[in-house]
Unconditional design. Structure first.
Length: 386
């Protein structure tokens, strides 16, 4: 399909595709089995300049916005959704800093993130704060110079791997979500440790850890924006990065479709390639059409986000909802096309099916996406009636 991609965007796609095929693919089964991100892959991501994509040029990035990030994420996801998660979560962590960081904070952190020297993560989820993002309990008290953090975060992508963490904390519990703030915490800070490492169904090459804070003192200058802005920072961040989840879902689905088509062209049954049977052809046609529709919606969402529009919640949620459902359906159908072989770890479609599931869950479950979309539709209708 023709999406009017610029030469720079096409170049990013090519770089990401080559890195995925040449560096990630040979190691994906091992990383999935061992449930870890190999250091050499992290280094390759830094050397490739893909970590610079969404960072503004003034901070040593490429300034390609969320479109560049989405294109790279999609290409990596075609090969390995786990590495794509680790990669895009670095962009997720950088987003609140790009949107709300002071000039001093951006100058201090963003060049290191762009080069790949340092990684950054976003920490919102807690045992009682998942879909209810306003239910954060991690407490941040103050003394004359510091915030003192006590509590924990769970299911944090790149936990332990990242060097910096944008942590949503409660600076005033009495105000509920209006009492939340965002603070940058550096790895190695006294009182900041890593807890349980999760053993996941899919995206296993992406580390997921618990963060534990015990009387952890963080300088007040590490506050992002102002006190009380934490919930808004989190929501404005997720409004943008959900389109990245959609891009990941598109990539996983495309990878599964590629495998199904390739298999259908060689697998013989009843004296014919199975791709010659109409039942298989219909499956492949439906899979391909849904993948392309998901890609079109995702690209439209990312372009709209990069335009600077303020009302992006609906389209980013629509892209995430649709693309992740497509990813789950297409990977399941790919397993079906491969039959018994599709269920075996010798073929990558079983991994793709495992990887696809999380796209329906993280950065807002699809049930929450539907509520956001409906809420925005109702708001739009009320505006028309005024």
């Amino acid at each position: 399909m023709y999406y009017k991609l610029s030469e720079e965007e096409l170049m990013i796609k090519e770089v990401a595709r080559n890195l995925a095929e040449e560096k990630i693919k040979p190691l994906r089964e091992e990383m999935d089995r061992e449930s870890r991100l190999f250091p050499e892959i992290r280094e390759e991501l830094g050397r490739s300049d893909l970590l610079r994509v969404s960072i503004p040029e003034e901070y040593e990035g490429l300034g390609m916005g969320f479109m560049g990030m989405a294109l790279a994420t999609e290409e990596i996801s075609i090969v390995d959704g786990g590495i794509a998660t680790a990669y895009s979560a670095n962009g997720l962590g950088a987003t609140p800093l790009i949107l709300f960081g002071s000039k001093e904070q951006k100058k201090k952190y963003l060049p290191q993130i762009a080069s790949g020297e340092k990684w950054i993560a976003f920490a919102l989820t807690e045992p009682e704060a998942g879909s209810d993002a306003g239910g954060v309990k991690l407490k941040a008290d103050k003394d004359s110079e510091n915030y003192i953090l006590n509590g924990n975060k769970i299911f944090i992508t790149n936990g332990g791997e990242a060097d910096y963490y944008v942590v949503i904390v409660a600076t005033n519990r009495e105000k509920g979500m209006r009492g939340l703030s965002a603070i940058i915490v550096e790895k190695g800070t006294e009182g900041f440790l890593f807890g349980k490492e999760e053993d996941k169904m899919g995206i296993r090459a992406s580390p997921t850890r618990e963060l534990v804070f015990t009387d952890c003192k963080v300088p007040k200058e590490n506050l992002l924006g102002k006190e009380g802005m934490g919930f808004m920072i989190a929501m404005k961040t997720l409004d943008r990065t959900r389109a990245g989840v959609a891009a990941q879902a598109v990539g996983i689905a495309q990878g599964a479709l590629n495998e199904a088509v390739s298999y259908a062209n060689v697998r013989m049954q009843f004296g014919k390639k199975i791709g010659e049977f109409q039942a298989i052809q219909i499956k492949l046609a439906e899979m391909a059409t849904k993948v392309e529709a998901a890609r079109a919606l995702t690209y439209q969402a990312v372009r709209y986000i990069d335009s600077g529009a303020s009302n992006i919640s609906k389209i980013s949620s629509q892209a995430k909802l649709f693309a992740s459902d497509v990813a789950m359906e297409v990977t399941t159908e790919a397993v079906q096309v491969l039959g018994g072989y599709g269920y075996m770890k010798d073929y990558p479609v079983e991994k793709m099916m495992r990887d696809a599931k999380i796209t329906q869950i993280y950065e807002g479950t699809n049930e929450i996406m539907k509520l956001i979309i409906a809420r925005e539709l109702l708001k739009e209708d009320l505006k028309k009636k005024r």
